[in-house]
Design a protein around this ligand. Structure first.
Ligand SMILES: Cc1cc2nc3c(=O)[nH]c(=O)nc-3n(C[C@H](O)[C@H](O)[C@H](O)COP(=O)(O)OP(=O)(O)OC[C@H]3O[C@@H](n4cnc5c(N)ncnc54)[C@H](O)[C@@H]3O)c2cc1C
Length: 262
C-alpha cells in the first residue's frame, strides 16, 4: 500500500491483510467497487441542521418530535452541553439559520405540556446530509472494509458507530484466527456474516427517517395523504405493545456477532 503522511513523506507498506476502516469517503472501498463490487444507495429529500448548545438538559430522555413544520430531535452530550437537530432542506447552509429562527423552530416543533427546550449559547452549527449506502461484498482478496467505509446510514437511528463496531466484532476474531493459525478460511465468511445485520440496520434507519420526517410536495392532497399515512404508522407503533417492542428492539440493536467464536 502506497501512502503519503501529513508531513509530506511517502512510503510503501506491505501487509498480509488490509482493513479499510477509512470512513465514508473511503479510498479502500474503491478497490472493491472498481473490481465489480456493488454500491447500493438511497438519497433523502431532507437533511438535519444540527447545533451544539451550552445549556442544561431539556429532558432526561431523548426526544424525537414530528411536526407539520418538520422533524426535531433533542439529544444530550452532558449535563451542560446539548445537541439539537431540526429537519431542513438538503441545500440549506448554516448561515440561513439565525439564532432567532433556530429557537423559534425548536420551540414550535419540540415544546409540549411536559417539556420546554432549554436555550443557551450556540457553539456549533452544521448541516448533516441524509444518505443510505451499502457496499457488497465488504471484502476482496485480503482487503476487508468496515464501518462507514462499507456502509452509511442516515443519523435518525444513531446507528453508524454501532454498525461499525458490529463489523469489527465479526472481523476481529476471524483476523486473529487467520494470523495465529495461518488459516484464512473463516475470513471468507466476513461479508456474508456482516451484511444481514447491515441491511436490518439500514431498514431501521430508513424506516425511522421516513416515519418521522415531513416531505412537502407540489400536490397538496398527495402531501396530505402521505402525512396522514405517516402519522397513522407512528400511532400504530406507539400505541401497540408489538409496535413498541419492535421499535425498542431495533433501537437497542440486533445482537452483535459473537466475538469469542474462535
Ligand atoms: C454529527 C454526527 C453524529 C453522529 N451520531 C452518531 C450516534 O449518535 N450514534 C452512532 O452510532 N453513530 C453516530 N454517527 C456516525 C458515526 O460517527 C460513524 O458511523 C462512525 O464514526 C464510523 O466509524 P468509522 O471508524 O467507520 O469511520 P470514521 O469515524 O469516519 O473514521 C475513519 C478514520 O479514517 C481516517 N482516514 C480516512 N481516510 C484516510 C486516509 N486516506 N489515510 C489515513 N486515514 C484516513 C479518518 O481521518 C478517520 O479518523 C454520527 C456521525 C456524525 C457526523
Amino acid at each position: 500500500m502506497h501512502y503519503q503522511a501529513a508531513d509530506g513523506t511517502s512510503g510503501v507498506l506491505s501487509a498480509d491483510f488490509v482493513i479499510g476502516a477509512d470512513g465514508s469517503k473511503s479510498l479502500t472501498r474503491k478497490l472493491i467497487t472498481g473490481a465489480g463490487g456493488l454500491r447500493m444507495k438511497h438519497e433523502y429529500p431532507f437533511a438535519w441542521f444540527g447545533i451544539t448548545v451550552n445549556a442544561p438538559q431539556t429532558a432526561p430522555e431523548l426526544i424525537y418530535a414530528t411536526h407539520p413544520a418538520g422533524f426535531a430531535h433533542i439529544s444530550t452530550r452532558s449535563e451542560h452541553v446539548q445537541r439539537y437537530y431540526l429537519q431542513c432542506d438538503p441545500e440549506d447552509t448554516p448561515d440561513m439559520w439565525s439564532d432567532e429562527r433556530i429557537w423559534e423552530q425548536l420551540h414550535l416543533r419540540a415544546d409540549s405540556d411536559a417539556v420546554t427546550v432549554s436555550e443557551g449559547e450556540i457553539t456549533d452549527k452544521a448541516v448533516l446530509c441524509f444518505r443510505s449506502a451499502v457496499t457488497d461484498p465488504m471484502q476482496r482478496r485480503r482487503l476487508f472494509i468496515a464501518g462507514d467505509a462499507a456502509h452509511t446510514v442516515p443519523p435518525t437511528g444513531a446507528k453508524g458507530l454501532n454498525l461499525a463496531m458490529a463489523d469489527i466484532c465479526a472481523l476481529a476474531p476471524r483476523l486473529a484466527h487467520a494470523v495465529k493459525k495461518s488459516d484464512t478460511s473463516a475470513l471468507d465468511d466476513y461479508s456474508k456474516l456482516a451484511l444481514p445485520r447491515v441491511w436490518k440496520t439500514q431498514h431501521f434507519s430508513y424506516w425511522m427517517s421516513s416515519m418521522l420526517h415531513s416531505v412537502p410536495g407540489a400536490d397538496q392532497m398527495s402531501t396530505q395523504f402521505q402525512t396522514n399515512r405517516r402519522l397513522a404508522e407512528l400511532s400504530t407503533v406507539v400505541t401497540t405493545d408489538a409496535g413498541r417492542q419492535l421499535l425498542a428492539h431495533e433501537y437497542v440493536g440486533w445482537d452483535f456477532p459473537p466475538i469469542d467464536s474462535f
